[in-house]
Design a binder for this molecule. Sequence first.
Ligand SMILES: O=C[C@H](O)[C@H](O)COP(=O)(O)O
Ligand SMILES: C=C(OP(=O)(O)O)C(=O)O
Ligand SMILES: [Mn+2]
Length: 405
Amino acid sequence: MNPNHSSAMTGPPAAQQPDWPDTAALRRAADDLAALPALVAAEDCDRLRERLAAVARGEALLLQGGDCAESLAEAGPDTTAAKYRTLNLMAAVVSEASGLPVIRLGRIAGQFAKPRSSPTELRGDVELPAYRGDMVNGPAFTAAARTPDPDRLRRVYHASLGTLNDLERLTAADGGEFWTSHEALILEYERALSRLTPAGRYALSGHLLWIGERTRRPDGAHVAFAARVRNPVAVKLGPSSTPDDALRLIDLLDPDREPGRLTFISRMGAGAVRDALPDLVAKVAASGAEVVWVCDPVHGNTVSSPTGHKTRRLDDVLDEIRGFLEVHRSLGTHPGGFHLELTGDHVTECVGGTYEIRFEDLPTRYETVCDPRLNLGQSLDVAFELAAMYTASPVTDRGTTWATV
Ligand SMILES: O=C[C@H](O)[C@H](O)COP(=O)(O)O
Ligand SMILES: C=C(OP(=O)(O)O)C(=O)O
Ligand SMILES: [Mn+2]
């Protein structure tokens, strides 16, 4: 794995790219995708950008959620409907309590690629390439499954198309808008599904694409790609982010200062959010840029259970949300929304909740292929806790009236 892999001879470095063993096959897969219909419409990306502009103005909230990594084996109408209904229920609860419209954005129909802390995984004395999401390789711990396979680009395209069809049926039945998003990680996939339209270039693999914590360097290939497309885009900001990083990203990704174009997803961890976030939000606000601030209260709170399962405590998730709201309250800025890893099923991957999952319960239904997801009950716990926070401190004007949270 070459961390400075550059996918074009002269392009900027692209972090977290797989070592594809057959680059000719990769080229053929990308060419096939480039000739297939785009997955979403450019006009819909524009419409989502308008909705996000309302969030930037403090007139709406964003709820973004879904699997850490979608799975080809699990893809289908039932899992899609379960995730859709979970987000729908959460949005209804939060909207009722806050009095604000809630925009529903799935981590769905394309969330098939993962950045990893380590390029390899060691079990006993066997070392294999890390699982990088079903767009790249398979989760089974065998050399065959872990070898990056370019045909997977085609498979996730078709699975995403099926999911989009299912989502269309679901939204037609209840009349609401629902948008799709994923991390723009594998550049061959994203470039192959970008299209030049009369209004400019769009990444048409999803409505909103985000850049992850591990690929957000301002001089990197992911930021360069996002800068070239007109979709709404987001960037994760972890505890090492500096105000200067944020301001550079604004200049690169939102040079025209278009409200709704750029979202920052803060993922600091419950222990760091109150210290790390205020300076970022204050300096961005002082620059005059109108970005959307979203809280991802899961990625900074991953721990290992005594049984070695990757997990998260619901209490930490809620504490980071509270910290995020406190920071915005004290600065008079709008806490624009929430980004969560969740599923509509009754999995046992995170601990805590009204129907409490304990460390010892984790093996019962631990089904994620990457990070632990909140189950249906835990997702609703988050929604009702949010409702309680909004009821205690009503939003009346740009989120400035957070008396207590
Ligand atoms: O979102 C997913 C994970 O946080 C990311 O892939 C890193 O996971 P890892 O530390 O298990 O590699
Ligand atoms: C990898 C992810 O997050 P981050 O880039 O914030 O670590 C993710 O959202 O699954
Ligand atoms: Mn994750």
